[in-house]
Design a protein around this ligand. Structure first.
Ligand SMILES: [Zn+2]
Length: 321
């Protein structure tokens, strides 16, 4: 049995993958104040606790998969850089392996979520799919033929940093006009706040008492209540989101593009207008190569499924750390 870990800036989550189910789900806090060794030690105890909760003896755990933020070198099992934690070249897989005695494999968290959704979630019935996760930034992962496509040294698949507007807004990566500057939930919230400032009579004010209190849901609620201003904000956001989604579709043409992140809870209010905006931008017509656009299904569990699946695939391929 394999344990999947989803390492984040606030917590690390873990579960055992048993068939199609996640067993013994557990978590522990993480902090940038901890050294990489301390973090690895915490992950190791979390893994042991998870096995206990799942009712599995730790000796029956075959391996551990860890999805982590930042630039990841999957071959070496190292975090090349994780800006929020100030990590550079941290051999996390080896550290976790040292404290658990288990083969440990590392992959980028967006890739883990994509592999999880592709194998166990909304992408299950497709041979190829891309997951685009909308949050503070935009994460993405590509799965073709059941395999994760990570690019050379795992450095590829970063659609969030594909430029959709040359000379546009400055991105945290140093370039201007990146897709993530326009398609992230942060961008939607920024647009909502601006609209509130400029339209004191908008129904947006009914759903957020002040611009600071507006979140990703505010604009959807106001639109559902018939607010024209909210419609306009969403229209602009969907146009930018569609630009990037169509670029991904035209470059890779997966059978499905899945939208993940908290915003995917909006369901049809998100997907229906997005489909309408994407369709005219597709190079090969829908009638020839249908592209399904749908919401991700596993929520925060996607990363756990994917991390465990990744370790299972790597163990199966016989490349053990
Ligand atoms: Zn960027």
């Amino acid at each position: 049995m394999i344990i999947g870990i989803d390492l984040g800036g606030i917590s690390a989550k873990a579960a055992c993958l048993g068939g199609e189910n996640l067993l013994g789900k557990s978590s522990c806090p993480t902090s940038s104040a901890h050294t990489p060794e301390e973090t690895a030690r915490h992950i190791a105890s979390l893994a042991e606790r998870t096995a206990t909760l799942a009712g599995v003896s730790f000796s029956h755990i075959d391996g551990i998969g860890v999805g982590a933020p930042g630039v990841i070198d999957g071959e070496r099992g190292a975090v090349v850089s994780w800006t929020n934690f100030g990590w550079r070249d941290v051999p996390l897989a080896a550290l976790v392996s040292r404290f658990t005695g288990k083969p440990t494999f590392l992959l980028n968290d967006a890739n883990a979520a994509a592999l999880g959704e592709a194998k166990y979630g909304a992408g299950k019935r497709y041979e190829s799919c891309v997951l685009v996760t909308l949050g503070t930034g935009v994460g993405s992962g590509i799965v073709f033929g059941g395999k994760l496509f990570e690019g050379y040294r795992g450095a590829g698949g970063e659609f969030g940093h594909m430029v959709i507007r040359q000379g546009g807004e400055l991105c945290s990566c140093g370039r201007r006009g990146c897709f993530e500057r326009y398609a992230s939930t942060s961008s939607l919230v920024r647009r909502t706040r601006e609209a509130m400032e400029n339209h004191r009579d908008s129904l947006l004010w009914r759903f957020a008492p002040s611009p600071e209190q507006a979140n990703g849901e505010t604009v959807f609620s106001a639109k559902a209540a018939g607010d024209g201003c909210a419609s306009e904000v969403l229209g602009g956001y969907f146009a930018d989101l569609a630009e990037g989604i169509a670029n991904i579709a035209n470059a890779l043409r997966p059978q499905a593009i899945l939208i993940g992140g908290a915003i995917s809870a909006q369901g049809d209010a998100l997907i229906v207008p997005l489909r309408r905006a994407v369709e005219p931008l597709l190079y090969a017509p829908q009638s020839f190569a249908p592209l399904d656009l749908l919401c991700a299904a596993l929520g925060n569990d996607a990363g756990l499924y994917g991390a465990a699946q990744y370790a299972q695939d790597r163990l199966g391929a016989g490349s053990v750390h």
